[in-house]
Design a binder for this molecule. Structure first.
Ligand code: F6P
Length: 328
């Protein structure tokens, strides 16, 4: 499929939805139509591709979706696509619908699926980093990561009101898989007293004695943000309560972090990346993800995007240290 001129593209969103996916879909559809291409929407990610859930799209299909959370294309995590049989079905559907290339908007797992399409089945694809986790390499941000931090921050601020009124300790568990991004950013912005993220050692004695001495010095509230990849909030709350004898409450913020209207940075990022992906395909690129470094969009191979991420985005120790210092 590599040598064909692109006339018709497919778009899919895949994996966990993220705020801004719709803004990206709108941008891809309208830019592609502007460039004279036909557009097909693939519903439910790789699952819908296998099941031939393909719809025609035009400029009106994406009216009034810029500000909407979730994804109008729906999304799924497909087990079947992990099998050769599933992949063969997907490729047959691509041929049947005459899709010359596919824009895949999703996180790490979804872009690894794109590697398979590209390398094993020679399907042209272009990737967008659609995930709240910000766990892709060679991009400062992923689509949805800004909004998710805002959502967590809103919760932290509200929880702070009650925690300081009741002089409690509070543990807030946030998403992000093994990535510290959401925890560190929301922690700094929300003035968290402690942030616990994957890669750190859990030192209950130290945490508990920090709380006790801070309380003695007159500190009224103590918020710990814990990344889901580190520990569960409930578990941590019990252990700290046992050690300190203070009242410790906890919350797992869960999927609230994925919902809601995308904020301005995510709408702008998604709109820019969507149009850039269409240009990249028309310019002959394939097998790459759109990333942003500074304010500049660029293309990066899927392999680098998916597997360089830990190197590229180590826990930002400076921000972590600043958060601790400012919360003292
Ligand atoms: O990848 C996005 C994400 O929200 C992660 O932060 C989280 O661990 C996971 O998806 C939850 O997946 P699901 O929605 O399938 O429960």
């Amino acid at each position: 499929m590599f040598d064909k001129k692109i006339k018709r593209i497919g778009i899919m969103t895949s994996g966990g939805d993220s705020p801004g996916m719709n803004a990206a879909t709108r941008s891809i559809v309208r830019k592609a139509i502007f460039e004279g291409l036909e557009v097909r929407g693939i519903l439910r990610g790789y699952e819908g591709l296998i099941n031939d859930e393909i719809i025609e799209m035009n400029s009106r299909s994406v009216s009034n979706i810029l500000s909407r959370g979730g994804t109008i294309l729906k999304t799924a995590r497909s087990k079947e696509f992990m099998t050769k049989d599933g992949q063969k079905k997907a490729v047959d559907v691509i041929k049947k619908n005459k899709l010359d290339a596919i824009v895949i908007n999703g996180g790490n797992g979804s872009l690894q699926g794109a590697i398979t399409l590209e390398k094993d089945w020679r399907v042209k694809t272009l990737g967008l980093p659609g995930t709240i986790d910000n766990d892709l390499g060679h991009t400062d941000y992923t689509i949805g990561s800004h909004t998710s931090v805002d959502t967590v921050l809103d919760a932290v601020d509200k929880i702070r009101d009650t925690v300081s009124s009741m002089e409690r300790v509070y543990i807030i568990e946030v998403m992000g898989r093994k990535e510290p991004y959401i925890a560190v950013m929301a922690g700094l912005a929300g003035g968290a007293e402690e942030i616990l993220v994957p890669g750190m050692e859990l030192d209950i004695e130290q945490i508990s004695s920090d709380i006790v001495s801070a309380k003695k010095k007159g500190k009224r509230s103590w918020i710990i943000i814990v990344s889901e990849g580190f520990s569960s909030a409930q578990l941590l709350a019990k252990r700290i309560e046992n050690k300190t004898e203070y009242e410790v409450r906890s919350i797992t913020l869960g999927h609230v972090q994925r919902g809601g209207a995308p904020n301005a940075p995510d709408r702008i990022l998604a709109s820019r990346m969507g149009a850039y992906a269409v240009d990249a395909l028309l310019g002959g690129h394939s097998g790459k993800m759109v990333g942003i470094k500074g304010d500049k969009l660029h293309l990066v191979s899927y392999e680098k995007a998916c597997f360089d991420r830990m190197k590229d985005k180590e826990l930002n120790k400076e921000l972590y240290a600043l958060t601790k210092l400012l919360a003292s």
